[in-house]
Design a protein around this ligand. Structure first.
Ligand SMILES: *Cc1c(COP(=O)(O)O)cnc(C)c1O
Length: 527
């Protein structure tokens, strides 16, 4: 059996899987793939890696009551043991620098090393948010230039740079909408969200204190414009609708062609249009959301503009705003004064044109390291390069879609090309086989699985986002693996039910792990 996966390394066989490739080893290690226990299990109690002097001073009077009764339960490891422990663990980690991450709705793409080089220049990396402003003009210029690019690329009036992630940007946009309604003296408390929305949309609307109402999707996977119009009714504040939140391209990987009509209908009743722009990488350089009637849209710098993410951050979610919402954007702002010098507008000087700001999202100015990386990415691509990013991302997704749709049903493929993601369903696999088997099989094939069971509107959804950074040869390898797994699942190959066979820990009980996580070391008893 071929056990060298697409990423080129040989995965560990795991504890009991000797049968899959050669004899068992007494250590449990397989060549260079090493079994790794917890640092607590590795270290011996009382062992210490450093040579500390006995404490000879009695603690100060007031601190005596805090004296430990027993030594802390730390793992006793030497420095080489510690270094090896973490290096071994790092080898079991799948990463974008090892192979593709086809997670739909996540946009995991290569982060050019140039971005890192620039972000690490001492003038950027060592800057401090409390430095006197005249010493950070370069950093302010980065924020201003990036803001200028974002406003131009989206055709909007303004941008709030400080939100630190997509969901944080959504909150910023909804708080702008709330502030605008307050300024009009209107109480509207409903936000309409399509069925296929990214989960953060209804969560944000609820968090911001709005009531969430769902708009149905058409069979073609788009917002049902007629149902939306019916809900808006004759309009006016009585409809209670503060706005809509529409993801475009949406989470079925489709462009919402009626966006302008949706925006016109919502504006006609005095509501605002929030667009979830996390998937802007599919349309950057091709479509300007401002032309479609959008009032607020976050841009995930960590998706469209390549800055690294995963594992919870860091991210950056600037929010572009229409003329109607711009006055309410949160502080601070970078502005060029009459003297031509860049400075910050904050609570001290908000009267300089920002008196209606709704407040502040974060302590300082936003995610400086992400700004530097995103601006580097933008400048190194240029306007034509950014357009090509969108074209290649869409081309790659359509290549995956058309290369697999004969084996895996693609629910919306008949309604035309997809955008940046290819969406499949597990309908038609053999009895008892589902998306989970395909996803786990992909791990054996050396790929990170795609997004599974999302969006909810598709049975057993598999959402694949190849991004523009995968080559045709790389896509062909992925497609070959996906096709082979689909064929095995259709033929009822029972071995798929126990995949992954080659991952260090085989198939985990994910429900149990999520419901009853063991997060604290509980002693030496093997569990
Ligand atoms: C990623 C994503 C978000 C959330 O962005 P975060 O930076 O993870 O908060 C929201 N909507 C869509 C469509 C996304 O893909």
């Amino acid at each position: 059996m071929n056990v060298v996966n697409a990423a080129g390394w040989r995965p560990a066989m795991g504890e009991a899987d000797a049968a899959a490739g050669g004899p068992a080893t007494s250590s449990g290690d397989r060549g260079l793939m090493l079994e790794e226990c917890l640092s607590f299990e590795l270290g011996a109690a009382g062992k210490c890696g450093v040579d500390l002097d006995e404490a000879d001073r009695a603690p100060a009077e007031g601190l005596r009551k805090f004296l430990r009764k027993a030594p802390p339960a730390l793992p006793g490891l030497t420095e080489p043991e510690t270094v090896r422990h973490y290096t071994r663990l790092s080898r079991q980690n799948y990463a974008i620098d090892l192979g593709p991450f086809p997670l739909g709705s996540c946009t995991m793409k290569h982060n050019p090393r140039l971005n890192e080089k620039v972000a690490r220049l001492p003038g950027f990396a060592d800057v401090h948010p409390l430095q006197p402003q005249k010493t950070v003009e370069g950093a302010l210029a980065v924020i201003e230039q990036l803001a200028d690019w974002l406003v131009r690329l989206t055709g909007m009036a303004s941008v709030a740079m400080s939100p630190k992630a997509g969901a944080h940007g959504e909150l910023c946009g909804l708080l702008c909408i709330r502030a605008a309604l307050d300024a009009r003296g209107e109480k509207r408390d409903v936000v309409l969200v399509p069925e296929s929305a990214h989960g953060t949309n209804p969560a944000t609307a609820a968090f911001a204190g709005f009531k969430v109402e769902s708009i149905p999707a058409t069979p073609a996977g788009r917002v049902d414009l007629e149902a939306l119009k019916a809900r808006l009714g004759a309009g006016g504040p009585e409809c209670g609708v503060a706005g809509v939140m529409i993801t475009n391209p949406n989470t079925c990987g489709l462009f919402e062609p009626e966006m302008k009509a949706i925006a016109d209908a919502v504006h006609a009743v005095g509501g605002y249009v929030y667009c979830d722009g996390a998937n802007f990488n599919a349309i950057v350089g091709k479509v300007r959301p401002g032309d479609l009637g959008v009032d607020a849209m976050h841009i995930n710098l960590h998706k469209t503009f390549s800055t690294p993410h995963g594992g919870g951050g860091p991210g950056a979610g600037p929010v572009v705003l229409s003329e109607a919402l711009a006055p309410f954007a949160p502080l601070p702002f970078v502005t060029r004064g009459a003297d031509g010098v860049l400075h910050l507008v904050d609570e001290e000087n908000a009267s300089e044109g920002h008196a209606s700001a709704f407040g502040r999202m974060v302590a300082f100015h936003g995610q400086m390291g992400m700004f530097t990386r995103a601006l580097t990415y933008i400048l190194s691509h240029g306007a034509d390069g950014l357009r090509q990013v969108a074209e290649d991302a869409v081309l790659n997704a359509n290549y995956v879609l058309r290369s697999c749709q004969d084996l895996l049903p693609a629910p919306f493929a008949a309604s035309g090309p997809c955008m940046h993601e290819a969406l499949f369903s597990d309908a038609g696999l053999a009895e008892g086989f589902s998306t989970l088997d395909i996803a786990k099989g992909l791990i054996d094939e050396g790929f990170h699985p795609m997004t599974v069971y999302f969006p909810l509107v598709v049975k057993g959804a598999m959402l694949v986002e190849p991004t523009e950074t995968e080559s045709k040869a790389g896509l062909d390898r992925f497609i070959a693996s996906l096709r082979s797994l689909a064929e095995r699942a259709k033929a009822g190959d029972q071995s798929l039910h126990s995949a992954p066979h080659f991952a260090p820990r085989r198939r985990l009980d994910e429900t149990l792990a999520a419901r009853r996580p063991v997060l604290v070391w509980q002693g030496t008893e093997p569990r």
